[in-house]
Ligand binder design. Structure first.
Ligand SMILES: *Cc1c(COP(=O)(O)O)cnc(C)c1O
Length: 489
């Protein structure tokens, strides 16, 4: 059975006065003298350690974590695929990563070209005309998209203040639209787990600015009526926004632009390979159709003859959303990922959908899967409900998910989408082998048996991790974000 490191290197124990690691010596230069007014009166209260203490501290911290490099991580919607190490190596390449964003353009031509070429590839993949790499996260891309929709309608002299969002949407969709000033109108899903088009029609009016949709939706079901949905929204003068945080099911096969979407955001850190989690860093590039080009923030990367340049629009309709040009290290990884795969991106979509349906097929005998009768197959992910297990045994989806850690698997996403009770959302991704998927199925079946045989065993899990069951409410209400000496704060 999988075991994680049991504790951090105790800093207090190894700290003693005057202990030092690296000390600058003559010849390497001295740090500039700070003005007296800016200096501390007393030493900061941090441990005093040697280099080896610090190394051991950070290495043991890293071993307390669960990551995709040490186990299966089927976190639905988040696409925790294995990140090929070649992308990491390229991202560390000194000549690409050592520039300052204010370096003159002539000195960073290669970097600008990488940005230009990645934008072009993303435009082809999504069926859009122009792409900006500026947003730092999916949610920031959504916010920018919502602002663009708002500016677009304003330019037409129209006061449209409502954004339609389905009840299966990722929480960031209504949050971003609300931040951009919209009133959110929720459209319900029908019995087939897809948008109910009659209900959609009832939501649409001359106040409709647009619809935000992800397709396949968060149940892993493809919205087959997307053509009709697009006609309804566009017919009423609204725009269609595609939440493309996760393009795994579509890569090289289906394009949001061809489905009628006007704006798309991409989570480069999910689909296009960057280790993510713990809040970043990310990249939430967005693509638009040509009629929205004027709403992209400046500067844009444009091709000029053989090379690429930043083109600054002096009177942009939308201001910059992030300092400089986006998270370049992630842009570099995404470009390396796409170039290393080439047409192989079609295998990504094929294998991610195959893996999800293989898991679904093996698990559906043992678990309740909503909407299976009307839609027997899924795209890259699927959602099961632990509601019956909770009613029978008192074990919740969260307890169930935690217990999986003792079997060496990260927990799936829980309680999302909101329309499924006690939801476990499972996304295996394309990078997992059949034997890994089988061992996950074995663990799921075993935990279910435990729920009925010894529910407390599951409720008190996990047992094998560096930290036992965590009080998540306390962690949110009283976060400790910095280290403190004993007895302080
Ligand atoms: C992850 C995700 C987002 C938000 O992306 P962030 O980069 O975390 O802001 C939006 N929509 C869906 C469907 C997602 O999975």
């Amino acid at each position: 059975m999988y075991r994680q490191a049991s504790g951090e290197w105790d800093l207090r124990r190894y700290s003693s006065e005057g202990k030092r690691g690296y000390v600058p010596i003559d010849g390497f230069g001295h740090p500039p003298e700070l003005p007296m007014a800016l200096r501390r009166d007393a030493m900061p209260e941090i441990p005093e350690l040697s280099e080896i203490d610090v190394v051991r501290h950070y290495i043991s911290l890293s071993q307390m974590n669960f990551g995709v490099d040490n186990g299966f991580y089927p976190l639905g919607s988040c696409t925790m695929k294995y990140n090929p190490k070649i992308c990491e190596l390229l991202a560390m390449n000194y000549s690409a990563s050592s520039h300052h964003p204010l370096d003159p353009q002539w000195s960073v031509k290669g970097n600008i070209e990488i940005m230009g070429r990645l934008s072009e590839l993303l435009a082809v993949i999504s069926g859009m005309d122009y792409v900006t790499l500026q947003p730092a996260a999916g949610a920031q891309g959504e916010f920018l998209g919502a602002k663009m929709i708002s500016a677009y309608h304003k330019d037409r002299g129209e006061a449209r203040d409502e954004m339609i969002v389905p009840d299966t949407a990722h929480g960031t969709n209504p949050a971003s639209a609300a931040m951009a000033g919209y009133r959110i109108v929720e459209v319900p899903s029908g019995v087939d787990g897809q948008i109910d088009t009659e209900a959609l029609e009832a939501c649409i009016s001359d106040r409709t600015a647009g619809l935000m949709l992800t397709n396949p939706n968060t149940l892993g079901i493809f919205e087959a009526k997307i053509g009709e949905i697009s006609e309804l929204v566009h017919g009423a003068g609204g725009l269609l926004y595609y939440d493309g945080a996760n393009l795994n099911a579509l890569l090289g096969r289906v394009r949001p632009g061809d489905m009628g979407f006007d704006i798309v955001h991409f989570n480069l850190h999910k689909t296009f390979s960057t280790p993510h989690g713990g809040g970043g860093p990310g990249a939430g590039a967005i693509g638009v159709k040509s009629y929205l080009k004027g709403y992209l923030p400046s500067p844009m990367v444009a091709s000029e003859g053989e090379s690429y340049v930043f083109r600054h629009d002096l009177s942009p309709k939308i201001q910059k959303i992030r300092a400089y040009h986006g998270n370049f290290a992630i842009i570099l990884r995404a470009y390396a990922y796409l170039v290393s795969l080439g047409y192989g991106i079609r295998d990504v979509s094929e294998l991610s959908v195959l893996n999800a349906n293989y898991l679904l097929h093996r698990l559906k005998e043992h678990f309740d899967v909503p909407f299976l009768a009307s839609t027997p197959l899924r795209k890259h992910e699927f959602v099961i409900s632990c509601e019956r297990i909770r009613k029978d045994t008192g074990v919740t989806a969260l307890d169930f998910a935690r217990r999986l850690l003792d079997f060496g698997h990260h927990a799936p996403t829980v309680y999302f989408p909101l329309i499924v009770k006690e939801a476990l959302m499972i996304e295996p991704t394309e990078t997992e082998s059949r034997s890994t998927l089988d061992s996950f199925v074995d663990a799921m079946i075993k935990v279910k048996e435990e729920c009925y045989r010894d529910p407390d065993l599951v409720k008190n899990a996990p047992y094998s991790t560096s930290r036992r069951k965590i009080d998540v409410v306390k962690a949110v209400r009283e976060p400790k974000l910095s280290w403190m000496m004993e007895g302080k704060g």
